[in-house]
Write a protein that binds this ligand. Structure first.
Ligand code: ZN
Length: 342
């Protein structure tokens, strides 16, 4: 990578964080903490991990699990380009990989990274954050699967089995039982937890603890299952429901106000229209329904969320589904809510 002309020049080692404003990983608490303590500085890369499994062939039990590392210092538009991804580990086998084995290999790879050079400069890297879908995150965090007791990776609530539907666990909203997970507690649980007898969903030590400053805060919920599917999508469909039973919570009466707000949104330039690619992305997932199960919702209905397009001549109505959404020209600063209708 560093041998490619212009690559080093693209890296931005100094972030101009404005307190209270968050638009990037570099604005986050973890990054700023490492920067203020002098660990993240010029020529030190902060890295993000991502992993998931895919069948090697159709109807094959053999799965391939790559662990990718991305460089947070690259501009967002460059960060996820194929040529800028580091493939740290490639697992291939008939069983799912133990997360700690993947992390051990990744750790060795990062030691090699410390020897990379740019001219006379020495470049090093720190793993700071990462994400995956629910099953993959459970593997990486050495926790029970998403439908097990205390399987939530964000809070400590135990959840309850869904009556009559084996294998599904509900997490009813109850603030008293939703203590957020902390690094200190997770390290405690990892000392006593085992595969057969997990403590608060933790099955033993997690290798990420030795390669990340705070693997509990640094492991996020992936945006596909949080925003484009899962809980957020379900909540949005409930809010806009016009069914009688939804009267208690629906805001469908306020469609004018909501439309006005949506049209006033001007997201950053790197947000693009992903309407056509979105459906494929969802169906390619091996675990598309897991978040819905985890948050206790039923399968998402066919109502997709549609938006209005201000500058494309569209007069589509967000709530009634009436109007014309034919024109799909996307100006870079247009907010296309249809992007969420995956
Ligand atoms: Zn939770």
């Amino acid at each position: 990578m560093f041998k490619r002309p212009g690559f080093y020049q693209k890296l931005k080692f100094s972030s101009n964080h404005v307190p209270g404003q968050y638009s990037e990983i570099c604005d986050g608490h973890l990054y700023q903490d490492r920067k203020n303590s002098g660990i993240l500085k010029k020529n030190v890369l902060s890295l993000q991990w991502y992993t998931d499994g895919a069948s090697l062939f159709s109807s094959s039990n053999t799965e391939v699990w790559p662990v990718y590392l991305t460089i947070n210092e690259l501009p967002y538009s460059e960060r996820y380009k194929k040529e800028n991804l580091l493939v740290s580990v490639l697992w291939c086998g008939p069983v799912k990989p133990p997360g700690n084995i993947l992390i051990t290999v990744m750790y060795e790879d990062m030691a090699l990274l410390r020897n990379a050079h740019e001219g006379e400069q020495e470049i090093s890297g720190v793993l700071i954050n990462g994400t995956a879908d629910l099953p993959a995150r459970a593997i990486m965090l050495n926790m029970v699967r998403f439908n097990g007791a205390s399987s939530c990776q964000v809070c400590e609530q135990e959840g309850v089995p869904r009556p009559g539907i084996p294998g599904v666990r509900l997490f009813p909203f109850n603030e008293d039982t939703m203590a957020p997970r902390t690094l200190q507690k997770m390290l405690e649980y990892s000392e006593s937890g085992t595969e057969l007898k997990p403590t608060k969903g933790v099955k033993g030590p997690c290798g990420l603890a030795s390669v990340m400053p705070n693997y509990v805060l640094g492991t996020g919920i992936d945006q596909m299952h949080q925003l484009f599917g899962g809980c957020t999508k379900k909540i949005l469909s409930l809010w806009r429901s016009t069914k009688p039973y939804a009267k208690k919570w629906s805001i469908s009466q306020q469609e004018g106000v909501v439309n006005q707000h949506i049209l006033s949104i001007r997201p950053p330039l790197h947000v693009v229209n992903i309407q056509n690619g979105g459906a494929g992305e969802t169906s390619a997932s091996t675990s598309g329904g897991t978040n819905d199960e985890a948050c206790g919702s039923e399968a998402i209905n066919d109502n997709t969320l549609q938006g209005t397009q201000e500058n494309s001549g569209s007069n589509y109505d967000f709530f009634t589904g009436e109007g014309n959404l034919a024109e799909r020209t996307c100006h870079q600063d247009d907010f296309d809510l249809a992007a969420f209708s995956t």
